[in-house]
Design a protein around this ligand. Sequence first.
Ligand code: ADP
Ligand code: MG
Length: 452
Amino acid sequence: MLESAESIWSQAQDVLRGMLKAEIFTMWFAPLRARGIDGHTLQLETPDDFSEVWLRENYSDLLRSVVTRSAGRTLEVTFCLGAAPVQQTSEVQSELSMGPSTPEPSSNSRTSEVFLNPNNTFDTFVVGNNNNLAHGAAIAVAQNPGKTYNPLFFIGGVGLGKTHLLQAIGQFVLSHRKNARVAYLPCEKFTNEFIEALQGGQLPKFRRKYRLVDVLLIDDVQFLAGKERIQEEFFHTFNALHGNRKQIVLSCDRPASEIQGLEQRLVSRFEWGLTADLQPPDMETRQAILRKKERVFRVELPDDVRSFLAKRIRSNIRRLEGAFVRIASVASLTGKPITLDVVENQLREILQEEGRQSITIDLIQRRVAEHYDIRHADMLSKRRPENIAFPRQVAMYLARQLTDSSLAVIGDAFGGRDHGTVLHACRQVKDRMEVDSNVRQTVSYLEKQLLR
Ligand code: ADP
Ligand code: MG
């Protein structure tokens, strides 16, 4: 008998379900789909890049041994980003309501294409000041596809909930409307399918597939930047759907007008409906998100740990969630209580990365000025007495170390100095640090303060 990726994976899932806590299984393993087998490798599709990294780092060995067992031969596992093309309500509903615990994987190629992460629903989405407009619009569109905002265009940085909302709309429509056709896919996947269709002479089929849906959810349209041929195709898909009052929902990491090399006619169409942005969550929302995860995972964080995480991880919900999951997993593996010490230890890298991202040149100037008891304005001025000039150099050095800004940008921020001056300042500080332990200590103290 031919071995099929689906059947191997479905057996493996049964084993994993028995081995792992239900929450862990649901979070990480239920959403995976088998894409295929290539020689000695089983390819698994993950719903997002975060799961991909998480699974690779934490569960590679486990997965390898489980799929090897169910295949009866040695299999490696690789991950790739997946997406869901068109889905039909009846099939998907059973998929959603029963969960992946009762798969019928063998012959049903449609269901194996289903790719909405069951964790991304309105129920699991925490609403705060940062996202209430986007959330409200998503609900409106999900309840009345094609009738309110069309297109609905979400803008937001990495890890702020764009994919979550897109998929929540998809799942809502699928569970409330019989026979609704919903397609969710990252723009990159749309592009790849188009190219394959083009090369395989299957364009009419490709067009039928996407121009006949009721709701089209396309993630990360910044991917269209500079790709003329696919923009053209996208334009016609857009028009066909919009003309038939079918719902279009798009997400992007920046405003449409800021996508380099995006045709004006697409920019204007993207702005036809409603543009809703997702901002980083405030402190309260971050706490609420953690509380929600605690309920889902049935893990309770001590108050000080929850506040600590919410205070320190500000810019990205995916990172906040990643930090939480790491802590929860470590706690469940070691059986030890979750303390601040454990948390700081486990999350050192995440916290540093987070600190780095939230540091601005302005913040550095202010902290350094404060430390040396000079005015912020002195950071920008041309005055050169040593008691001002050196702190200014330290601030430039720190800006170079702790931000991604170029020398020119840093120079600009220091009252319009040129990049040579910044370079010189950096060398100067480095040299002094080498010979003077006081300077070394001061700089490293400032650096630590900024990274907290
Ligand atoms: P984006 O697509 O904007 O990069 P995602 O939608 O993938 O971000 O969100 C990153 C992670 O954070 C996901 O696991 C998502 O479920 C979670 N998340 C984002 N926003 C919220 C929210 N408001 N409430 C709960 N979880 C959220
Ligand atoms: Mg996304």
